[in-house]
Design a protein around this ligand. Structure first.
Ligand code: SAH
Ligand code: SF4
Ligand code: F3S
Length: 457
């Protein structure tokens, strides 16, 4: 029996894709290998968002080279956001990755996962990879995921769309994942229902910009969502999934959202749903209109501020996190100061701060100069990340001191339990009971920068 190992990098979307890749490989007759070193097929599910993410994969290629020197026969597949052209070592038109690493056998675009069997046969005509003629394995979104990203079946990621049409000037995603396509609504609902019937309590809907679900150019051309009339497809989807609370669904959340598609109707709908978590990740990227314009973010600071005000009014106590890029092309000291001040004003409870990394092929790489020095990027990152973000995160944690929160236990080692509260805060506590996958009340006794500590009530 041949075995596989998948090494996953990047965002939740990639982790969710890995779950589909596992199902597909198992259908081809592969078993999960106990470790990287013991696998016959090693797949790298890659991220391309920053150069540092790509470099991690190249680091692994040296290990592969050593394994091969020890005469181990392995097939090496690179998939995910680094791949542009699905191809094998012997294809006439190959992905550019074949020029950068000699260890590569197959390059595979994520949504072309069903091509893997044919490419493996092209690589080794003697291989015993079976021909699969199952409809469920021919379309990427129809491949049912293994849901193995979480330790318990109480939590699951459900992908609702793939690709992106927004073309922010710095971002590689529209090139790596292609045009935005929404997944069939009935299939999403079927997957969610099955998950909940099987004990799932928390569903996270994922996609590049989930709140544009059903609104992409592709969706419009396909007319898939016409039956909804004026109703926003994403709201309809949330309301339908919310009905699963009668079957045991407790929490529903989604990531990432784009401010442009954060409509008043959506905010109102969120306030009325039973299962929506009081938490939203809404990347702003910059707090200065000139920077936002160069980034092609298509909204202003004023518009973003209004969204946050409405959200806080509709869902009191909602916890909001964001993404920021520092050192984007042409970012002046004044622009950065505005971003800093905006972060402070918005009272973001958490955030991912990135230093701008130029990505070949993007509009920024082609037309705007990456003119901020590494030293300045680092300095701005330190200021925002090590100073303001820490303060904000601690302050947000302190509001829970002495309060009892509901924690879904995500991991348990001995007595140490770790989980998330309804506001998406990481909570640690001790218990001798087996609590993995349970939602339990915990009284918060200590508020630290990145974590809360408490006692089981
Ligand atoms: N679709 C999401 C973001 C996905 S990428 C959205 O639009 O909000 C995740 C984060 O990576 C982005 O929010 C951005 O902050 C960061 N990022 C994207 N491209 C980058 C680049 N070229 N350099 C540095 N950070 C980048
Ligand atoms: Fe990238 Fe912008 Fe699309 Fe997000 S919305 S994935 S940042 S292009
Ligand atoms: Fe990375 Fe692709 Fe996600 S570039 S952040 S893995 S969409």
């Amino acid at each position: 029996m041949s075995t596989y190992h998948i090494q996953t990098y990047g965002c939740q979307m990639n982790y969710s894709d890995t779950e589909r890749m596992e199902s597909y490989l198992q259908a081809l007759g592969y078993d999960k290998a106990p470790s990287f070193e013991e696998a016959d097929l090693i797949m790298f599910n890659t991220c391309s968002i920053r150069q540092s993410a790509e470099d991690r994969v190249y680091g692994h290629m040296r290990t592969i080279e050593q394994m091969r020197r020890q005469h181990k026969k392995i097939t090496v597949v690179i998939t995910g956001c680094m791949v542009r052209k699905s191809s094998s070592r012997y294809s006439s038109e190959r992905d550019k990755l074949f020029n950068t690493t000699r260890e590569l056998d197959i390059a595979l675009r994520t949504e072309e996962l069903p091509k893997l069997a044919a490419l493996a046969r092209e690589l080794d005509p003697e291989s015993k990879i079976p021909e699969i003629k199952e409809e469920s394995l021919e379309d990427y979104f129809k491949i049912s995921p293994t849901h193995s990203s979480h330790q318990s079946k109480a939590q699951a990621f459900v992908a609702i769309s793939n690709g992106c049409d927004k073309f922010c000037t710095y971002c590689i995603v529209p090139y790596s994942r292609g045009r935005e396509k929404s997944r069939d609504i009935q299939e999403i609902l079927k997957e969610c229902t099955q998950l909940v019937e099987n004990g799932c309590k928390e569903i996270t809907l994922i996609g590049q910009t989930v709140n544009s679900y059903g609104l992409s150019q592709y969706d419009k051309e396909e007319k898939t969502f016409e039956f909804l009339g004026e109703k926003e497809p994403f709201i309809y989807l949330l309301e339908e999934i919310d009905k699963l609370h009668t079957k045991g669904l407790v929490r529903l959340s989604f990531t990432s959202s784009h401010p442009k598609d954060m409509s008043d109707q959506l905010i109102e709908a969120m306030a009325n749903l039973k299962t929506i978590m009081p938490y939203l990740h809404l990347p702003v990227q910059a707090g200065d209109n000139r920077t936002l314009k160069r980034m092609n973010r298509t909204y202003t600071v004023e518009h973003y501020r209004k969204i946050i005000e409405k959200l806080r009014k509709a869902i009191p106590g909602i916890s909001i996190s964001t993404d920021i890029i520092v050192g984007f092309c042409g970012e002046t000291d004044e622009e950065f100061e505005n971003t800093y001040k905006f972060f402070d004003e918005m009272d973001f409870e958490h955030g991912y701060i990135s230093q701008y990394s130029e990505r070949t092929g993007t509009t920024a790489a082609r037309f705007i100069k990456d003119d901020i020095s590494e030293a300045v990027k680092q300095e701005r990152w330190n200021k925002l990340n090590d100073n303001l973000l820490r303060q904000k995160s601690k302050k947000a944690h302190e509001r829970f001191l002495g309060k009892t929160v509901q924690v879904l236990v995500e991991s348990q080692e001995g007595k140490k339990c770790l989980g998330r509260s309804e506001h998406f805060k990481t909570v640690q506590f001790q218990s001798g009971r087996k609590l993995l996958g349970e939602i339990v009340p915990v009284k918060i006794t200590k508020a630290m920068e990145w974590i809360l500590e408490g006692e089981l009530v």
